[in-house]
Design a protein around this ligand. Sequence first.
Ligand code: FES
Length: 176
Amino acid sequence: MTTASSADHPTRRDFLYVATGAVAAVGAAATVWPLVSQMNPDASTIAAGAPIEVDLTPIAEGQDIKVFWRGKPIYISHRTKKQIDEARKVPVASLPDPQSDEARVKPGHDQWLVVVGICTHLGCIPIAHEGAYDGFFCPCHGSVYDTSGRIRQGPAPTNLPVPPYTFVSDTKIQIG
Ligand code: FES
């Protein structure tokens, strides 16, 4: 008659080793997680205006995205050549808030328009790719902005503001 060896059936001491190993693994994970999460700005920092980086790669020509910075919607439009040409052929002096298209984009990155998506009339959020100028249309009281985000019709007194931003590479911007 044979007796079962400890190799066949874990003894109580083996169980303690296993349990200790599991606790150590959980402890290591718990240590790593705070380190990783510390590397991201927390919600209050973001709300206070920490810069954000935006990858432009997924935005096809003719499309736009909306991101949030300091709690404000920011439109990033990848303009077509037609949209850029339309913005540039307008006599600047004829605009309610005269500003050239070139002054509203970054040199060498004419295809990218970055504006705060808050109507300068009473603060509604305009809709992109709407209105007579293929720019933005505010449904609240009918303000119409062009492909440069400049006010063209309606009660809004000024152009959509351009937030502070820089190109950190050809395909990435930092806002703020
Ligand atoms: S809030 Fe946009 S037109 Fe009045």
